[in-house]
Design a protein around this ligand. Structure first.
Ligand SMILES: NC(=O)c1ccc[n+]([C@@H]2O[C@H](COP(=O)([O-])OP(=O)(O)OC[C@H]3O[C@@H](n4cnc5c(N)ncnc54)[C@H](O)[C@@H]3O)[C@@H](O)[C@H]2O)c1
Length: 378
């Protein structure tokens, strides 16, 4: 099968997530990296390009040049991966969409609601695929929960508790290195640090698993560590359409927690508990209190979710495989676009529309916090 060619914006020396995307894309071996603007510093861009086997002629000085030149090449990239700090997501994604190139962008989609809506409209108008890499929703167990709830097995959902605590920015004077520095800088992260970084994962996880739509939020966004400008600990009360309620907690000052995304969903027929750090299993509590633990790779996982597993049970799959699962569906759709067989129901990954939901959630929370914790409609 012909390899799909991709380019990357971001992911230069000492960066974090760009390398994870490359590794995840290598898992299925369907895509090859052929171009990049890995850094704003040309020497660093060339360094990463040469380490990864990208020809120097296709290591670009700017994303704008890359979009234009790649679109003009007969062997140009099929899609671009955008893994820069948040502030540049919008202009970079826009440039590639305008050039007619499919996009995969990390979360949060962008900074402003208007930008998000523009990207949605542009992707639709151009007929281009747009993946927003909410990594955790690629887990087999997350897909199992979505299907279980979709089939009505939990009954009507009553309430949701979801949290994503981390502890890496808990200390004054320590800024989490390169990654922490830009997240705490409003010029690069936008109006929120912690809620944008972690709260968007919570919002997307709950929306994906339950299908619930947020009606309104009440947010308390705190700056706990002295010297900081942006939030590092956030509590959000949520009311969904239909009357269910939720409570979200995102934190970077919770010492002892690494990437502890956890979702608990309570329905009229039982409950579900899921933690991304133990993502091979999901706990289901039935109406009479019976506790059932389902493990990826064993029976009892919904077939549509189990199909994403790669290894026999007990050979642990995790975060990279979860990212690879998003790309598996994205590349299947991309191939279908190329051979004319694409239909929208093939999409099984978070799109620009879910990315825009995340930005609407953030801005409703920002309005609420700025007004002294008022209820704000999305
Ligand atoms: N899905 C997830 O779970 C997850 C996890 C971590 C980070 N992220 C997201 O990924 C993005 C990047 O985060 P990170 O932690 O990898 O940051 P990072 O600071 O480690 O890396 C950013 C890279 O982008 C490069 N860069 C910056 N501006 C550029 C530009 N205009 N053109 C080309 N390159 C440019 C930098 O040189 C660097 O190499 C953020 O939006 C973040 O929210 C998502």
């Amino acid at each position: 099968m012909k390899k799909i060619c991709y380019g990357m914006v971001g992911g230069g020396p000492d960066s974090f997530i760009g390398d994870a995307h490359r590794k995840a894309l290598n898992i299925d071996g369907q895509a090859v990296l052929t171009a990049g603007c890995f850094s704003r510093t040309p020497e660093k861009c060339l360094q990463t390009g040469s380490e990864l086997g990208v020809s120097s002629e296709r290591c670009y000085e700017s994303y704008a040049q890359m979009a234009q030149k790649e679109a003009a090449r007969e062997d140009g990239i099929d899609f671009v991966v955008v893994v820069t700090p948040n502030v540049s997501h919008y202009p970079v994604c826009k440039a590639f969409l305008e050039a007619g190139i499919h996009v995969a962008c990390d979360k949060p989609l962008c900074l402003e609601v208007g930008q998000a809506e523009e990207l949605c409209a542009l992707a639709e108008e151009k007929g281009l695929l747009f993946l927003v890499t909410y990594t955790y929703m690629g887990h087999v167990t997350a897909k199992h929960i979505r299907e279980y709830i979709r089939q009505g097995k939990l009954g009507k959902i009553r309430t949701v508790m979801a949290e994503y605590p981390q502890g890496w920015l808990a200390y004054e004077g320590e800024w989490g290195g390169k990654q922490g520095a830009w997240r705490c800088d409003p010029k690069q992260a936008g109006g929120t640090n912690c809620l944008g970084d972690l709260g968007t994962h919570i919002e997307n996880a709950v929306a994906t698993m339950t299908g619930l739509k947020i009606k309104r939020v009440l947010a308390k966004m705190d700056v706990v560590v002295p010297g900081r400008v942006l939030d590092d600990n956030d509590m959000v009360m949520v009311e969904y359409e239909g009357g269910a309620t939720g409570c979200y907690w995102a934190s970077q000052i919770a010492i002892g927690h690494d990437n502890d995304l956890r979702v608990r969903i309570y329905g009229e027929n039982g409950s579900i508990e899921w933690r991304q750090e133990t993502c091979e299993k999901v706990t289901i509590i039935e109406r009479d209190g019976t506790i059932i633990e389902r493990h990826r790779g064993n029976g009892g996982i919904e077939p549509s979710a189990a199909a994403y597993g790669r290894l026999p049970s007990g050979h642990t799959e995790g975060w990279l495989e979860s990212m690879a699962n998003l790309y598996r569906s994205f590349i299947t759709c991309l191939r279908a676009k190329q051979d004319g067989s694409f239909t929208k129901d093939m999409i099984d990954f978070p799109t620009v529309h879910e990315g825009a939901d995340g930005i609407r959630f953030l801005h409703a929370c920002l309005r609420s916090a700025a007004n002294g914790c008022t209820w704000e409609e999305l």
